[in-house]
Design a protein around this ligand. Structure first.
Ligand SMILES: O=C[C@H](O)COP(=O)(O)O
Length: 267
């Protein structure tokens, strides 16, 4: 069965809950006006923790099929962990996804593979799906080791999962040098990395798992490059930062991904 494309907006540390509500109202209007079909491509919004409830209320009141994700999750299940938010709390708020190991968190917070493995497990145990972010910096790309680097990052976090757990993973290939820069990776770069990651799942688990895992591209995605980046058959959608803060641009990207996914299904 074909994988469902996903257009995920990672707001990072932007928008208070008033702005989040305004954004969601506008997005709902734009999608309705465009007769957006959520069966073509799923849409997910990853707000800061403080806006998740506001987004959820809007999604429910507007009766939209938009999914919600969190930008991080605690590896702990609860208790005396000041500042942490558990997977169970996020699931109760209506979250379907958690972003795990985003390069900005790896850079600014002490997150190592052990934390990431536990975050993946906590997410899966709560019935949500983890979106594991991987991707090389400019240095690894210069050395020509970008594919090994990304697949090793995947292996480090997923090696002890069961096949049943692994098939519920999503991976976002986000080359660090392409994030927030205006210039994305080329469609071929995105496809090569997505194919290498899928091959890794086939070797580490089996073909069925590899066929189920959704692999997103992230790094300066916008409406102008979305169709080209969706050309690779292993690219199942996007994790979008900057362009997800503009409802018009974001809904345009979603419509492009939906169209690309429709075409892909007909092939
Ligand atoms: O999570 C999203 C990525 O960091 C991409 O951000 P960007 O679209 O602003 O380059």
């Amino acid at each position: 069965m074909a994988r469902t494309a996903l257009v995920a907006g990672n707001w990072k540390m932007n928008f208070d809950h008033f702005q989040a509500t305004y954004f969601m109202q506008k997005l709902a209007w734009l999608l309705r006006d465009a007769h957006y079909d959520f069966d073509d491509a799923e849409i997910a919004i990853m707000p800061p923790f403080t806006s998740i409830r506001s987004v959820q209320v809007l999604v429910e009141s507007e009766n939209m099929k938009i999914k919600i994700g969190a930008q991080n999750v605690s590896e702990m299940s609860g208790g005396a962990f000041t500042g942490d938010v558990s997977a169970e709390m996020l699931e109760k708020l209506g979250c379907s996804y958690t972003i795990i190991g985003h390069s900005e968190r790896r850079k600014y917070h002490p997150e190592d593979d052990v934390n990431l493995v536990d975050k993946v497990r906590a997410t899966l145990a709560a019935g949500m799906q983890p979106i594991l972010c991987v991707g090389e910096s400019f240095e690894e790309r210069r050395q020509g080791i970008e594919l090994t680097y990304a697949t090793n990052q995947v292996a480090d976090v997923t090696r002890d999962l069961s096949a049943g757990q692994a098939r519920r993973m999503l991976v976002a290939y986000e080359p660090v040098w392409a994030i927030g820069r205006g210039a994305s990776a080329t469609p071929q770069d995105a496809q090569d990395a997505a194919a290498a990651i899928r091959r890794h799942f086939a070797q580490a688990f089996d073909e069925d798992v590899a066929n189920d895992v959704r692999i997103l591209y992230g790094g300066s995605v916008k409406a102008a490059n979305a169709m080209d980046l969706m050309a690779g058959p292993d690219v199942d959608g996007f994790l979008i930062g900057g362009a997800s803060l503009d409802p018009e641009e974001f809904s345009k990207i979603a419509r492009i991904v939906a169209l690309a996914a429709r075409r892909r299904r007909k092939q």
